[in-house]
Design a protein around this ligand. Structure first.
Ligand SMILES: C[S@@+](CC[C@H](N)C(=O)[O-])C[C@H]1O[C@@H](n2cnc3c(N)ncnc32)[C@H](O)[C@@H]1O
Length: 367
């Protein structure tokens, strides 16, 4: 599942819980983790409301690739329900054995007809998709359920309310073939809230903000801690072809700089060009911690007027933030070949490739 065994080791990091440490020196661009999701579910509310969906695309319910508009006849529907559609025989048959099992198909169909779920906010309907996916995991792969439960995340009152509602609804409509309690449901929802990764619609320079297509849980990737100036970043190849034998829904974590042995390997949980106040707010609201990294320490006391506009970390941001319009992804070198570092950097949002020389020149021209 993961490539981390030789490059990374898990340790307790003071003040942060568990985290990944470089087990040996790691070169810039190296892949340190490649992992498939144990849970992957659509971010679209189950029951459509009157307002139009923010997404203009429709996609396969297994691999989440956008359907080719020129080939509508190639789209396959689930034989048991009209809602789940697949881009190939392979996706359909694999989904029937996993994420769209007959129990999932029946549970989602019954939930769609539930008037009490219709009265709930769209977020609850997305949570319903997660709970169905998690119960399905409990039925099909108890060891993956244990991996999910081993992640950080403690239920609070909102999660407990959602768990009570969804557990009771699903148990009455379509009970899973295994005993799953309200308490377990609350635990699962709390893990999902803290650890799920968003899979986004493709980049477009002139399009609206990208919508979230799906949420995925990757237990090993969830153990990366956050840094506001990260030394690694996440890649995904949802629409394209993932490198090597990876699947398009796999997560790939690649280093953006050389990392000495013993150093913690961190990713940023969001775009790195956000300002201090925004980062502080997101980290507290969504992840429940206050970041004490070097960048935050400096920016907490930085003022544009007092500092003559000389923004701290300007060099890092110019070098590693993609400058394409509507992008701001993170740039990381391609993996080294035969221990030779690559001078081509790839953006983890828009996929743009450019030589590092060009980015150095762009930086020099700016200064
Ligand atoms: C996705 S988990 C990362 C793995 C986690 N450390 C663990 O032990 O499972 C996110 C949580 O890790 C902790 N964390 C991550 N980055 C941190 C940082 N820069 N400072 C403090 N805590 C951090 C916070 O508790 C956060 O809610």
């Amino acid at each position: 599942m993961a490539d981390s065994s030789s490059a990374l080791r898990l340790e307790q990091i003071p003040g942060k819980g568990r985290g990944w440490i470089a087990a040996r020196p790691i070169k810039a661009g190296q892949i340190v983790l490649r992992e498939s999701p144990i849970i992957l579910y659509s971010a679209i509310p189950l029951i459509s409301h009157s307002e139009p969906s923010c997404s203009s695309f429709s996609y396969c319910d297994y691999c989440f690739r956008i359907f080719a508009p020129a080939l509508p006849e190639s789209i396959l529907s689930c034989p048991l329900c009209p809602h789940a559609r697949f881009c190939s025989e392979n996706c359909l048959s694999t989904a029937q054995k996993s994420s769209h099992s007959s129990w999932v198909c029946q549970a989602l169909s019954l939930l769609r007809e539930s008037s009490s779920l219709l009265e709930q906010p769209p977020e609850r309907q997305v949570q319903a998709r997660f709970v169905v996916a998690a119960y399905n995991l409990a039925i099909l792969s108890p060891s993956d359920l244990q991996s999910l439960l081993s992640l950080l995340g403690t239920p609070d009152s909102t999660v407990v309310f959602a768990a009570q509602f969804l557990h009771s609804l699903i148990s009455s409509l379509c009970p899973p073939q295994t005993q799953l309690s309200v308490e377990l449901t609350a635990q699962l929802l709390a893990k999902d809230r803290l650890n799920s990764f968003c899979l986004m619609e493709p980049y477009s320079p002139d399009g609206p903000q990208r919508s979230i297509k799906a949420y995925a849980i990757y237990p090993e990737a969830s153990l990366f801690n956050h840094a506001c100036l990260p030394n690694a970043c996440r890649f995904g190849y949802l629409e394209g072809t993932a490198p090597g034998d990876a699947r398009n829904t796999d997560i790939i974590i690649r280093t953006i700089q050389d990392i000495p042995e013993g150093t913690e390997v961190c990713i940023s949980y969001f775009r790195i060009n956000r300002d201090y106040d925004t980062r502080k707010k997101i980290l507290m609201q969504d992840y429940g911690f206050s970041c004490k990294c070097e960048r935050c320490k400096i920016e907490a006391h930085w003022s544009a007027t007092a500092s003559n506009g000389d923004f701290p970390h300007a060099y890092f941001l110019s070098k590693y933030v993609c400058d394409r319009i509507n992008c701001s992804g993170t740039l990381a070198p391609l993996p080294p070949t035969d221990h030779t570092p690559s001078n081509v950097v790839e953006c983890n949002f828009c996929g743009n490739l450019k030589t590092d020389v060009a980015s150095e020149q762009a930086l020099a021209a700016k200064n």
